[in-house]
Design a binder for this molecule. Structure first.
Ligand SMILES: [Zn+2]
Length: 190
C-alpha cells in the first residue's frame, strides 16, 4: 500500500492521506488544492471563531499575507480576496469564507462590497449629505466647500463639480464617496 502524504495548510504538519479532512479547491493563475487534516477540520468546526474548515484555511493564508487584495472598514470588518474565494472577518472576529465560480466573479463581488461603502476612507473625497439637502465637500481629508441647497438648483451636481476641479488641480484622484450619518457609497464625479 502506498501512502501519499499531504501537508496540512493549517497546522503545517505532514500527514498520511487517511488523515485528510477537507480539500479547498483554489483557483488563481493555476489551480491549487489546499489540504486540511482531520484534526484541524474538527477543531475549526467546534470553534466559535470559524464558520468551518475553509474559513480556517483561508484565515491561515491571510496570516501569511497571501491575500491578493484586502479592505477593512472603519467599523472593524475585513474582507480579503484569494483567487476565487473571499474571506470575511466581522467586527466580532467571526470568520467566514465564500467560494465563487471564477476569479472574475470573486473580484466582481469584492468590488461591489468596496463600492457599497466598505472601501470608504475619510481621507478620500467625500460628499456628506445632511438631512436638509446640503452637502459638505471634503478632499484629501480637508473640508473644502459647503454647498447649500438654497444656492443651487442641483446642489449634488455642484458638489461633484467641486471635487472634479480639485482633482484636476491637485493631480490626485481618490475614490469619491457619497455619505450620510449611516452609509457610504462610491460615486463617479464625471
Ligand atoms: Zn492540520
Amino acid at each position: 500500500m502506498v501512502i501519499t502524504p499531504f501537508k496540512c495548510i493549517v497546522c503545517s504538519k505532514w500527514k498520511g492521506e487517511h488523515h485528510l479532512g477537507e480539500t479547498l479547491h483554489f483557483v488563481d493563475d493555476s489551480s491549487t488544492d489546499l489540504d486540511i487534516c482531520d484534526e484541524c477540520v474538527e477543531e475549526a468546526e467546534e470553534s466559535r471563531k470559524f464558520e468551518g474548515a475553509y474559513a480556517r484555511a483561508l484565515y491561515e493564508l491571510d496570516m501569511d499575507g497571501m491575500e491578493e487584495d484586502y479592505m477593512s472598514s472603519e467599523w472593524g470588518d475585513y474582507v480579503a480576496l484569494f483567487g476565487n474565494w473571499l474571506l470575511y472577518c466581522d467586527s466580532q472576529g467571526f470568520v467566514t469564507a465564500e467560494e465563487f465560480r471564477s476569479v472574475e466573479a470573486a473580484v466582481e463581488h469584492f468590488t461591489i462590497i468596496h463600492d457599497e461603502g466598505m472601501g470608504y476612507h475619510e481621507e478620500d473625497a467625500t460628499i456628506y449629505a445632511d438631512n436638509w439637502g446640503n452637502y459638505q465637500v471634503s478632499f484629501d481629508g480637508k473640508h473644502i466647500a459647503n454647498v447649500r441647497r438654497e444656492d443651487y438648483e442641483n446642489p449634488l451636481r455642484r458638489a461633484k463639480a467641486i471635487i472634479s476641479v480639485e482633482m484636476r488641480k491637485s493631480g490626485f484622484f481618490p475614490n469619491v464617496w457619497l455619505t450620510d450619518d449611516r452609509t457610504a457609497r462610491r460615486i463617479e464625479v464625471w
